[in-house]
Design a protein around this ligand. Structure first.
Ligand code: CTP
Length: 449
């Protein structure tokens, strides 16, 4: 019996896939189809997959062409499979020509001509395309990073940019994009907007976008007026059938999600405390001349630092206490420490903009602790640490683009599937709790240090 094996993602199964499977099957008597797991796809940069693994497997099963289906989970698995199942022929589309020649050492390699004119990427892009406008005054390299990252997202095109800084276009190359002079103009050129502007203008900008029927992804915080203001914006979005998502990139890191699952599974026992520190220095010119244009520590880092506190300990804290260092005679927050007391635990965040510390995350429990080294907010690694170092476990999950592209994928998916409430990785309760604290800070509910 001649055994043939082939691999693919098979997202939104199309006739190009079916033709390939038919020809692969015709090469022998028994066809094994390897379907890539969601995690494996992520590590190889395929981030836009629309269907989860189970659905993709089911679609292959229904073709009736596969005698066996296996899940491809790791780099190098193909060789293991070929040996394990005694495979005679490895077949793959011609887009991979040359790439798999090394498999020739284990079995025959056949490249089958790829069907012209169809691909999963094209089908994904044909879904309603979202025209995204980027609005920003936040440091311009951040704006550019978001422009670049959007290039990885199927079905999303940056069509317009509005930045107060004309030098941006000299410094960075952006093609095929309207360079808008005003925010109003930007809104006319897009279906959805990503706000990277200063938090003090977010409330007004979000309202304006929603009133004009535009979806909004806004670098958190959504506003600085507190939970009520935030609720008002979220309700307005709901009422208009639009998406309003707070942007907190860390929420989209696989390592962060996996850490939460380990905690839910009780791997460090009962969680007793969460300590998150995020700091960065201020650009020098802002320090001296125009500090008001910069994001202060509670805005720049508060939402990110509070995320694990609220995700892990919940939003039902008994009380909180803010201690802040304010810059000379401005209201600019250079450093804040916020302590949260719960019935059964405590949380602390330390955020700095112009004050530096070790940016680590520590979650302490009754059986051990989780340690995430700096910069924990770009999380691709964490350790489960025990009393006996021999019992420590290390977990690594690749993070591409600091989570920005995954957040943009989620935003695009949410626009196409507004009722689905598992797409955003930031719970509404967590969003409200974050804005409650930021609002309290700005209302002066803080101690000066
Ligand atoms: N394939 C093909 N003809 C096409 C599309 C895919 O023969 N028009 C083959 C690929 O060469 C591969 C298999 O089908 O052997 C699975 O491909 P996969 O990567 O899942 O599909 P694509 O449509 O190429 O997906 P994407 O656009 O995401 O790269």
């Amino acid at each position: 019996m001649v055994k043939v094996i082939t691999y693919g993602t098979y997202d939104m199964l199309h006739y190009g896939h079916i033709r390939l499977l038919e020809r692969a099957k015709a090469l022998g008597d028994y066809l094994i189809v390897g379907v890539t797991s969601d995690d494996y796809d992520k590590t190889r940069g395929k981030i836009n997959i629309q269907q989860p693994l189970e659905e993709r497997i089911e679609a292959i099963r229904k073709t009736g062409l596969a005698d066996k289906i296996v899940v491809e989970e790791y780099e190098g698995q193909k060789i293991d499979d070929i040996k394990r199942y005694g495979v005679d022929i490895f077949a793959i589309g011609s887009d991979w020509r040359g790439y798999f020649d090394y498999i020739g050492e284990y079995c025959e390699v056949v490249y089958l001509e790829r069907t012209q004119g169809i691909s999963s990427s094209e089908i994904r892009s044909e879904k309603r395309r979202v025209r995204l406008g980027l609005a920003g005054t936040r440091e311009e390299n951040i704006l550019y990073k978001h422009y670049q990252e959007s290039g990885y997202v199927d079905g999303l095109d940056v069509t317009a940019i509005c930045t107060g800084n004309e030098r941006f276009y000299e410094e960075f190359r952006v093609d095929g994009v309207s360079k808008c002079q005003s925010y109003e103009e930007l809104l006319d050129e897009c279906d959805a907007v990503y706000l990277l502007s200063h938090p003090k203008t977010h409330y007004r900008e979000i309202r304006e976008a929603l009133e004009k029927g535009k979806h909004v992804l806004c670098e958190a915080p959504l506003c600085i007026g507190g939970a009520e203001e935030c609720k008002e914006l979220l309700s307005l979005a709901k009422q208009k059938g639009l998406v309003l998502m707070p942007g907190i990139k860390t929420a989209y890191s696989t390592a962060y999600s996996r850490m939460l699952l380990q905690l839910k599974a009780g791997k460090i026992g009962r969680v007793v405390s969460v300590d998150a520190t995020c700091t960065s220095m201020l650009p020098y010119e802002l320090q001296k001349k125009d500090i008001g244009a910069a994001w202060d520590s509670i805005c720049a880092w508060g939402p990110t630092a509070m995320l694990p506190v609220f995700d892990i300990l919940g939003t039902d804290y008994k009380n909180f206490d803010i201690h802040s260092l304010i810059y000379e005679d401005t209201d600019f927050d250079l450093f804040s420490k916020v302590d949260f007391a719960y019935d059964n635990g405590v949380g602390t965040i330390k955020v700095g903009r112009g004050v530096k510390s070790e940016g680590e995350l520590i979650v302490s429990g009754t059986k051990g602790y989780i340690y995430v080294p700096a910069p924990w907010w770009k999380m691709d690694y964490f350790e489960l640490r025990a009393e006996n170092p021999a019992d420590n476990k290390r977990f690594f999950y690749q993070l591409d683009g600091e989570g920005i592209r995954h957040q943009l994928v989620a935003f695009t998916k949410q626009i196409n599937d507004p009722e689905n409430d598992v797409i955003s990785h930031v719970d509404e309760a967590v969003t409200m709790a974050i804005h409650q604290i930021i609002g309290s800070y700005y209302k002066g509910d803080r101690n000066q240090i």
